[in-house]
Design a protein around this ligand. Structure first.
Ligand code: UD1
Length: 420
């Protein structure tokens, strides 16, 4: 069994380079399916999720090749199958994003029905509703969703909720559809803008990405090219929280501070010093942290993907913090593990009440999902003694070279494999 072992209470200081965004690179790799030719993606982070999405594409007959310098080449000139298998969808829900481009390129997609997962039911009804408006017939067969579109046409799609995945899937389907598509109440996340920029770079015609209304004019075909995705705002936010819990002094290179506005605002409210400098985003913490309330919301609100890490940090803030999760219905599983380390957290439905500061002490804890794992890393960095974190495969889904990066700024952290 693999573990990450951390000896806490070491002040983090120095400089880290933030990697490319997981949630931008996955849809961009998938969008390369739209292109009859080669796409090169630069600075691809070394993540388990990137490997999984490449495996999904390989199953479709698409060539994916890792080149030196973290470059990935995707050649989707030939697509020979249209199925995203159960094994992949179970491993990574973002596999459902192949539906849009498969419908656009070959008029058919078959994907395993995504079931419930650790952080909520996460249905894909909004994706399917969008496809249906564009002329897609949906049917079910033994746990698989079959989508067929002899004639994919542009349509007006209103999303009941600004789902990131539904917005991305519909944009990709619409990129090669006949006519114009308008998505209303679209998700506004920076990763949507990045996806649209990628498609536009390859010859697509998308306007309004990053606002509530996205317009896509279908084009006949897209040509190959190269692209580099945006920095990972969640990875950056996680390192800011890690610096804050150790009263550290850290500079993050390769950050778009605009994407981190709600996270920076909360850290400042807690008493952290943050400044955008030539060298990068600088955080320095020497005062006791203050309790704050936060509520997760779609972008530009506070990101749900930072909620767990902040809960870990708030255990060390003086006073009562109220954390409300509005995006996913079951995303407090880290609270119990944090309690094992000494945190005082009460859960009441979608709200967690964190009393602090309560001294954290090392323990054996278990990551229940990617960001819950990150929260345990942060708590361990601030805890007295040694913490062992198991289920590290969740953390490897989304943090590029986490152990190496943290070690380079002074953390006592290692991986260990034992037979236990
Ligand atoms: C993406 C991110 C994930 C992040 C989330 C919200 C990727 C690969 N993943 O996930 O890290 O936490 O955005 O910022 O980019 N919903 C429906 N029906 C649908 C689609 C979604 O009810 O058809 C619900 C979900 O169950 C959830 C909420 O909408 O409660 C948000 O989901 P969505 O924005 O779609 O998240 P993902 O794209 O899955």
């Amino acid at each position: 069994m693999e573990k990450i072992i951390i000896k806490g209470e070491k002040r983090l200081s120095g400089k880290i380079t933030v990697s490319s965004a997981k949630n931008a690179v996955l849809p961009v790799i998938v969008a390369a399916l739209l292109v009859e030719g080669k796409c090169r993606i630069h600075e691809v982070p070394l993540l388990a999720d990137v490997e999984t999405i490449c495996d999904v594409l390989k199953e479709l007959g698409v060539q994916t090749t890792f080149l030196p310098n973290h470059e990935l080449e995707v050649d989707a000139t030939m697509i020979v199958r249209c199925e995203a298998m159960d094994e992949f969808v179970r491993k990574m829900r973002a596999s459902v994003l192949v539906m849009g481009p498969l419908l656009a390129r070959i008029g058919r997609a078959k994907i395993s029905m995504p079931g419930g997962c650790a952080i909520g039911a996460r249905p894909i009804d909004l994706h399917l509703k969008g496809f249906e408006a564009m002329g897609v017939r949906i049917s079910m067969d033994r746990g698989y969703i079959i989508a067929e579109a002899p004639q994919l046409h542009g349509a007006k799609v209103y999303l009941d909720y600004p789902s990131v995945g539904a917005t991305e899937n519909i944009i990709m389907a619409a990129a090669l559809a006949d006519g114009a598509t308008v998505i209303e109440n679209a998700a506004e996340e920076p990763e949507i803008v990045d996806l649209a920029n990628f498609i536009n770079n390859m010859g697509g015609r998308i306007r309004g990405a990053g606002t509530k209304v996205v317009k896509i004019e279908g084009v006949k075909s897209l040509a190959g090219g190269s692209y580099q995705v945006i920095p990972d705002r969640i990875e950056a936010g996680s390192y800011l929280a890690a610096a804050a819990i150790t009263k550290g002094d850290l500079v993050l290179e390769n950050v778009i501070t605009d994407h981190l506005k709600p996270v920076i605002a909360k850290l400042k409210q807690m008493g952290c010093f943050l400044e955008d400098t030539e060298a990068g985003l600088h955080i320095a913490v020497d005062e006791p942290l203050k309790a704050v309330d936060l509520k997760t919301m779609p972008y530009p609100g506070f990101p749900t993907d930072m909620q767990a890490q902040f809960m870990a940090l708030l255990t060390q803030a003086g006073g009562t913090s109220v954390v409300t999760e509005t995006v996913f219905e079951n995303r407090f599983m880290h609270a119990e593990e944090l309690r094992r380390m000494g945190a005082d957290i009460r859960i009441n439905g979608l709200t967690a009440i964190v009393e602090g500061p309560n001294k954290l002490t090392g323990a054996l804890v278990k990551a229940s999902d990617l960001r819950a794992g990150a929260a345990l890393i942060i708590a361990a960095l601030g805890a007295e003694g040694e913490t062992e974190i198991i289920n590290t495969h969740f953390i490897d889904r989304g943090y590029d070279q986490l152990v190496e990066k943290l070690r380079s700024i002074g953390a006592h952290i290692k991986r260990s494999h034992d037979a236990g």
